[in-house]
Design a protein around this ligand. Structure first.
Ligand code: NAP
Ligand code: MG
Length: 501
């Protein structure tokens, strides 16, 4: 029985949802894969099967694209009065709020993460995203153009722009914040009147599928949102290459991002990419260490380091080095490691055996290259994919652990002596997603921020996200911005209209 082993206080709706195989959401109906195939989604705390899920592939993607195309051209969604679309989106946000505990439990079971944090951060931000985006349909507008056509000086023209939905959108999301990534993608697509085929990560399909139930209940017309769980190299690849998809939005690894950009190029789809990072956290000599030390710990260990903007490279001045390293080691010693359904456990399992092996491989590589393992460095327990919070100290720019995204609870600490070098140290990476600066000096803030090549710079905090704040990357961290007003641009076309009076 799938639910065996879960505590008795698990929400009845969660229990029910994981008590029978889950299906594909196609044109408003839950259906099996055309091939009849299924795959299992596992609980990372135990490695055991939670439930099986329909395994969508090329044919299912093709059906979903047809449904989304028909819904875009024929259903009321894109032509619905903006105020009406706003109401429906608010209804979805209300349903998410009512079911927030269920979504948080599904997230915890499927991804491994802390259930209380999932409720307060992942699910709350997902609800906020849909609510914020619900406010946009009534505010999306073009502009009046003051034309003065030089070769028709005597004619009168009236020019304006219309903002129109891009059309059918494929959205491919990762496993680290499954419900939140679904909301970041669906929110602006729905607000602009697009229709969607969403492919959740194979490791964590459950919360997106539950969201699918709520989307149906909210009254979003059939075919507007189709959810096709399945593997990336099959379902994901079919979606990115499909000739009738107008745009692909992707969050995940750079390697897969490059494959998708190439696949999308053949039909010149619009593409937006939110990829990885190797974000610097910079402690300046005047920092308040009572804030900076716990802040730097949370910058990397939040979500077991499986955060694209995790502060994975910490820069510490010589003068503070020992104090900061001791403080971080003490902080890791207090972090309880265990299953995410117990909210006291602050370090939870990594998402999969593959990620576990990857992260352990990086820790070994750091050791071999001469990093000093000051805390952690090993597995915790003997079932599930738990890795201890790990501090690799005296690291340098040549090391693989400093150059590559580890995506686990592993912090690389580097020392520096001259503040004037710090921006170039921080930028010494192919990525440019986030960065944080820890200082009490406004002069430092003003001088350093313009030199940092990153989509978000935090001061005296890290990993703070808000629906109004655009999020995305410089360099190989991607292109396009999610959240905020800018996210709408990814889903809108501009049509210029010129009328001769
Ligand atoms: P990934 O392979 O990039 O997966 C992200 C999404 O892309 C998943 O839905 C995946 O499907 C899909 N996908 C995989 N291959 C595809 C293809 N050929 N065409 C279309 N879609 C495809 O990420 P991962 O393997 O899960 O993680 C590997 C590394 O990526 C991590 O260690 C981390 O460094 C990075 N990562 C970054 C983020 C981020 O937020 N920036 C998130 C997750 C991972 P399936 O997985 O379902 O097959
Ligand atoms: Mg799972």
């Amino acid at each position: 029985m799938a639910t065996t082993g879960y505590p008795g206080n698990l929400n009845a709706k969660t229990r029910e949802f994981i008590s029978s195989p889950r299906k594909i959401l196609l044109n408003g109906h839950w259906v099996d894969a055309a091939s009849g195939k299924t795959f299992d989604t596992l609980d990372p705390a135990t490695g055991k099967v939670i439930i099986s899920v329909a395994e969508g592939d090329r044919e299912d993607i093709d059906r979903a694209v047809k449904a989304a195309r028909a819904a875009f051209e024929d259903s009321p969604w894109s032509r619905m009065q903006p105020g009406q679309r706003e109401k429906v989106m608010h209804r979805l946000a209300d349903l998410m709020e009512e079911n927030a505990d269920v979504l948080a439990e599904l997230e915890s079971i499927d991804n491994g993460k802390n259930v209380a944090i999932a409720r307060a951060v992942d699910i709350q931000l997902a609800i906020d995203t849909i609510r914020y985006m619900a406010g946009w349909p009534t505010k999306i507008m073009g502009s009046i153009l003051p034309l003065s056509v030089p070769y028709a000086p005597d004619a009168k023209f009236f020019g304006y722009t219309l903002k129109e939905p891009v059309g059918v959108v494929g959205q491919i999301i990762p496993w680290n914040f499954p419900a939140l990534m679904a909301a970041w993608k669906l929110g602006p697509a729905l607000a602009t009147g697009c229709t969607v085929i969403l492919k959740p990560a194979e490791e964590t399909p459950l919360s997106a599928l539950y969201l699918g139930e709520l989307i149906c209940q909210a009254g979003i017309p059939d075919g507007v949102v189709n959810i096709v769980p399945g593997y990336g190299h099959t379902a994901g690849a079919a979606l990115s290459a499909h000739p009738d998809v107008d745009k692909i939005a992707f969050t995940g690894s750079g390697e897969v991002g490059k494959i998708i950009v190439k696949a999308a190029a053949d039909t010149m789809k619009k593409v937006s990419m939110e990829l990885g990072g190797k974000s610097p956290a910079i402690i300046l000599p005047d920092a308040d260490l009572d804030i900076a030390i716990p802040g730097a710990a949370s910058a990397i260990f939040f979500n077991q380091g499986q955060t694209c903007c995790a502060g994975s490279r910490l820069f510490v001045p010589d003068s503070l080095y020992d104090q900061v390293v001791d403080g971080l080691a003490a902080a890791t010693a207090t972090m309880k490691i265990g299953v995410g359904l117990n909210p006291e456990n602050m370090i939870n399992p990594l998402v999969s055996q593959i990620q576990f092996d990857r992260v352990m491989g990086y820790i070994d590589s750091g050791r071999r290259e001469g990093a000093e393992v000051v805390a952690g460095g090993g597995r915790s327990g003997n079932e599930g994919y738990f890795v201890e919070p790990t501090l690799l100290c005296n690291t340098n720019r040549e090391m693989k652990v400093v150059r590559e995204e580890i995506f686990g609870p592993v912090l690389c600490v580097q020392r520096y002596s001259d503040v004037s070098d710090i921006a170039s140290f921080a930028n010494d990476t192919v990525y440019g997603l986030g960065a944080s600066i820890w200082t009490r000096d406004v002069g430092n803030i003003i001088n350093i921020i313009p030199k940092i090549k990153a989509g978000t710079v935090w001061v005296n905090c890290h990993n703070i996200l808000d629906v109004v704040m655009p999020f995305g990357g410089y360099k190989q961290s991607g292109f396009g911005r999610e959240l905020g007003k800018e996210s709408l641009d990814l889903y809108l076309e501009t049509k210029s209209v010129c009328i001769m009076a």
